[in-house]
Design a protein around this ligand. Structure first.
Ligand code: PMV
Length: 325
């Protein structure tokens, strides 16, 4: 009863920002991401009759506390689905998501856990069923089941059975690149969970965010179809700014940006004014991701590395979906 799977992380170009159901992780808006080749998690799950509770090892270190609880609660869902309610698992995860790149590992982590654990317990799930299950571990993780450009369709149902990701274009469709820019002070003070909740509950800008989504999604999908990079970048950057604007209107107000975050944003926009098509997007933290095309890789990398306060720049290509090992 053993399974091993590998999943890549993803970066949202249209952000998931807000839940309509916390327990099932049902979002208030659809989102669209790019799966990234450079960052992944490899997980082995073994269900064993001799265990009286789950074990979770991350990079060979036993994990306890909140992170352990999230994994064990997710395994409860897998146990329930399989009908094997009284069997525990040893979970071994290896994160190839350098902390320096400033990515949350929850997307690749929960996608790999879902794939490996369902395989180990003998469930045969379709990618769609796997995405629905993965979503309940971490929202953004449901997009990592697929490679390339991926849309998480929010769905309408109360039970969440129509809230899952679908592939918009595969990983070899278009060679768009991403540079993960890490800044020297990366302390994350407000988690994505807490940040979403506070903006949904208190920000007067939140309704504006929701109103903007259908058009942003439509435009982004058109840009992907036309392979129009300037259009893709402009929509992604503007969508990111709208998401971050909602946090400034929250009560109490907050922002994920540091001074260096803003410096990197300005440097990217300045580069653009000189004719290099490069755009930024930012998740629930201070680090910046730059989007660019292969022919501009060198100039973009050296520009980013020379910004004071930037500690590392990690490059990535588009990545594939779940694989079983
Ligand atoms: O799925 P979570 O809880 O890691 O939240 C992700 C939220 C953002 O990264 C800000 C946006 C997104 O769509 O990934």
């Amino acid at each position: 009863m053993k399974g091993t799977a590998k999943a890549h992380t993803n970066i949202a170009l249209i952000k998931y920002w807000g839940k309509r159901n916390d327990a099932l992780i049902l979002p208030t808006n659809s989102s669209l991401s790019l799966t990234l080749d450079g960052f992944y998690t490899k997980t082995t799950v073994e269900f064993r009759r001799d265990l009286s509770s789950d074990l979770f090892l991350l990079n060979d270190q036993a994990v306890s506390g909140q992170a352990y609880e999230r994994v064990s609660r997710f395994l409860d869902l897998v146990r329930k689905l399989s009908g094997e309610e009284n069997i525990y698992a040893e979970v071994n995860s290896r994160n190839e998501v350098p902390t320096a790149a400033g990515f949350a590992s929850s997307a690749s982590g929960f996608a790999a856990l879902a794939a490996a654990s369902t395989r180990a317990i003998g469930l045969e799930l379709s990618d769609e069923e796997l995405s629905i299950l993965t979503r309940q571990g971490s929202g953004s993780a449901c997009r990592s089941i697929y490679g390339g450009f991926v849309e998480w369709q929010m769905g309408e149902r109360e039970d969440g059975l129509d809230s899952r990701a679908v592939q918009v274009a595969p990983e070899d469709y278009w060679d768009v690149r991403v540079a993960a820019v890490e800044l020297s002070s990366t302390m994350k003070k407000v988690s994505s969970r807490e940040g979403m909740k506070r903006t949904v509950d208190t920000s007067p800008f939140y309704s504006g965010w929701l109103e903007a989504i259908p058009n942003d999604l439509m435009q982004l999908k058109a840009a992907i179809k036309e392979k129009d990079f300037e259009k893709l970048g402009a929509i992604a950057e503007a969508n990111c700014l709208k998401m971050h604007a909602t946090t400034l209107g929250a009560n109490p107000p907050f922002t994920y940006w540091h001074d260096t975050t803003v410096r990197v944003m300005h440097a990217i926009q300045e580069m653009r004014s000189k004719g290099i098509p490069v755009f930024f997007t930012i998740d629930a933290g201070p680090n910046v991701k730059a989007l660019y095309l292969p022919e501009h890789e060198e100039v973009v990398k050296s520009m980013l590395e020379n910004i004071p306060g930037v500690t590392s720049v990690t490059l990535s290509r588009t990545g594939k979906g779940i694989s079983y090992l």
